[in-house]
Design a protein around this ligand. Structure first.
Ligand code: ADP
Ligand code: MG
Length: 683
């Protein structure tokens, strides 16, 4: 019997007796590396071995437990013939068959004329029942070990179920004593139980399978606390003291006055929140969440002007070149005659030009640098960086975010912009370390996009309409779920559709999809942007941030294959200009109830936050656009729909933790692999 100490559970599984190099390799494939991973590897089901069956009452193909006398052992001397043990009870006979087993081992396991308990899958061969390589064989004294419901774990090939179970059982039976970080009255109030009890109960599949059982809820709560706690520690690290920025807002106010539109209330509110951050003595670490087209760019440009007025440099980073270029052109236009030096840097910038930019940056001669990831290469040194703005940042994880924040130095404020409205539960799990600003209002004069649905078989009715659009000089997006035709799915492929539409509108159609490299893709997108193409057939690869003000129709094929939030994002590619925009969703016949419900939501509202909440309810966490791309892993136990109340509770709980992280909380962080995010030297 091994005794597991508290600190041992964070060590390698190889520390356990019975786990050697080979087995540990297999366990690693199941992500079981530390002893604590065995604790968190819950059974997914159980095998009922609780009843002893008589031999005249066996069902072929089922798992049975039998109590039988060992009558005869047969070890053929011919290669490839199996060893066979004949057993019987008072109702019949059965053969137990072993391939590749040693004689000595079997003689020990099956003492002649003794009663044994055997459990395994029954088959029928040569007019006889047999069990091949049974899961359990044991003497009568050990009956209790087998004759019950036995938890079943998700394992990979190479891990013997019985062996794993005995290891897991040993670990669970020897759990270290934990000073529970939750008080008894808290546990009672919120229908949770103590940690040690919870783990024991969860290794019984009934509790593990019931996501609302007290024990499962406890584990969910712990997982959420670990997540929120690490975010809150990250926040403490970033929100350090800085010198407040100093500006009069005069410059930015003239710019606002000269805009061809009035800022929305939401935009003004967010600008104010940002200004307060800039003027405070703590670093800003803020994200603007706002639907596609809600006008985030101008908000960031106004902040940039204020920071430049304070005598600092700014950097604005976009995920793609096209987007960076759009931002560059826009800022040149808006900041014209304002005596601000702006430059543009991407991976493609020529060596000579790049050298010049680096040189100027170091001397503070560039005040605003716009570009792609290239902005954050090692060689790049700003003289006095005061603000980093990152657009469409949902492609970054916590670590990257923190790295970026740190790269700017202690005086550098950080502003992120995300065009993926996400549900609140997800927001707190992903951006819990940041301050959040929401723009939940569209520019006033924007026309609502008309959303229509149409069965695919009526697609021919569309061509005259599309022809009219093309002749009028409008542009059309055509989105398909697949790149190539597939044997497995009856979905439309972009390539095939391109060939088809290209014949109808020669030289007016472009194709982009994920297999193109960045350059090829950018080339076609630029052509579309310059209106050299009228129709763009694509998969979902086009970045949401690019402004195509002239596009006013989007057709989405197999629309039921996309998530709601994704459809909303796709739809947002049109309707950026003055013209009335339309989105046509094409479907095959025989839509599910769920699909019909989803279309209705999409037709009824264009509020991205509301759509994200609905999408979450209908499809779950993992499917949400942005979430997969963000690099954040799914929670292992917590579900944002069924455990929503625990999300809120954990958020509140973590907010009330005062002072430094104590031993119990570091234990919790280590349990869920969050400890590396913060600096703790305990354990
Ligand atoms: P996103 O939030 O998706 O980044 P953008 O900043 O690209 O949106 O803005 C989309 C379009 O809306 C731009 O052409 C921009 O000039 C325009 N816009 C921004 N704010 C307003 C406003 N308050 N009123 C009218 N148009 C606006
Ligand atoms: Mg944008």
């Amino acid at each position: 019997m091994i005794l597991i100490k508290k600190d041992l559970i964070f060590q390698d599984v190889k520390k356990l007796k019975g786990i050697g190099v080979q087995l540990s390799k297999y366990l690693k494939k199941r992500k079981i590396e530390k002893i604590k991973d065995i604790i968190l590897n819950l059974p997914y089901s159980e095998t009922d071995r609780s009843k002893i069956s008589k031999l005249d009452n066996l069902e072929v193909g089922k798992i049975h437990t039998i109590k039988v006398f060992v009558k005869k052992l047969n070890f053929p001397r011919i290669r490839n013939l199996p060893n066979k043990i004949t057993c019987e009870d008072d109702t019949g006979k059965i053969d137990i068959v072993y391939f590749n087993s040693r004689e000595g081992y079997l003689r020990k396991l099956f003492p002649i004329n003794k009663l044994v308990i055997i459990s395994g899958k029954v088959n029928y061969f040569n007019n006889k029942y047999q069990i091949t390589n049974p899961d359990y064989v044991t003497e009568l004294e050990n009956e209790e070990y087998v004759v019950k419901n036995i938890p079943k774990y998700n394992l990979t090939k190479g891990i013997n179920e019985k062996k794993y179970r005995s290891i897991s059982e040993e670990v669970i039976n020897n759990l270290p004593h934990i000073n529970d970080w939750l008080r008894t009255n808290f546990l009672e109030k919120y229908n949770l139980i103590e940690w040690n009890k919870c783990i024991k109960k969860l290794h019984n599949s009934k509790d593990a399978k019931n996501s609302q059982s007290k024990s499962f809820r406890r584990l969910v709560f712990d997982e959420l606390c670990a997540n929120f706690l690490s975010l809150s520690e990250n926040r403490k690290r970033i929100k350090k003291d800085k010198t407040p920025k100093k500006f009069t807002k005069k410059k930015s106010e003239t710019i606002v006055k000269n805009l061809p539109f009035e800022l929305t209330k939401s935009q003004k509110f967010v600008i104010n929140e940002i200004n307060n951050d800039l003027l405070s003595n703590k670093r800003m670490f803020r994200i603007i969440q706002g639907d596609v087209g809600s006008g985030k760019t101008i908000v960031s440009l106004i902040s940039i002007i204020n920071v430049i007025e304070s005598g600092f440099q700014c950097a604005l980073m976009s995920p793609t070149e096209i987007l960076a270029k759009q931002h560059f052109k826009l800022s040149q236009k808006i900041l014209k005659n304002k005596n601000i030096s702006i430059d543009y840097l991407t991976g493609k910038t020529e060596y000579k030009k790049k050298k010049e930019i680096l040189n100027k940056l170091k001397r503070g001669k560039i005040e605003l640098l716009i570009g792609t990831h290239a902005l954050f290469q090692k060689k790049i040194d700003f003289k006095k960086l005061g603000l980093v703005v990152i657009d469409e940042q949902h492609k970054f994880g916590v670590k990257q975010r923190t790295d970026l924040a740190n790269k700017g130095g202690n005086e550098c404020d950080v502003l992120l912009m995300s065009a993926t409205p996400i549900p609140r539960t997800m927001m707190m799990s992903i951006y819990g370390d940041m301050d959040i600003s929401k723009i939940n209002e569209k520019p006033a004069k924007r026309k609502k996009i008309i959303t229509l649905s149409k069965p695919e078989k009526k697609i021919d009715e569309l061509w005259p309409y599309i022809k009219k659009q093309v002749i009028a000089g409008n542009q059309v997006f055509w989105v398909c779920p697949l790149i190539n035709d597939s044997k497995f799915f009856d979905y439309s492929s972009a390539k095939k559709k391109f060939e088809f539409i290209d014949k109808k509108f020669p030289n007016k159609v472009g194709l982009v999809h994920g297999s193109l490299n960045k350059e090829e893709k950018d080339k076609i997108l630029s052509k579309f942007l310059k209106k050299e193409l009228s129709i763009l057939v694509s998969t979902t690869v086009i970045e949401v941030g690019i402004d195509f003000p002239n596009a006013n129709l989007i057709v989405i094929e197999n629309a039921d294959k996309f998530g709601l939030a994704q459809l909303h994002q796709l739809r947002g590619r049109v309707g950026r200009g003055e013209k009335q925009a339309t989105c046509i969703l094409l479907f095959k016949d025989g839509l599910s109830k769920n699909a019909i419900k989803r279309i209705k939501i999409l037709k009824d509202t264009d509020d991205g936050f509301l759509i994200a909440e609905e999408d979450l309810k209908l499809r779950g966490f993992g499917d949400l656009i942005g979430y997969q791309q963000s690099g954040f892993k799914n929670f292992r136990f917590a579900d944002p729909v069924s455990h929503e109340e625990l999300f809120n509770l954990a958020e509140k709980y973590v907010k009330n933790i005062k002072g430094n992280i104590n031993q119990e909380y570091s234990f919790l962080l280590k349990l869920f692999d969050k400890a590396e995010i913060i600096n703790t030297n305990e354990f």
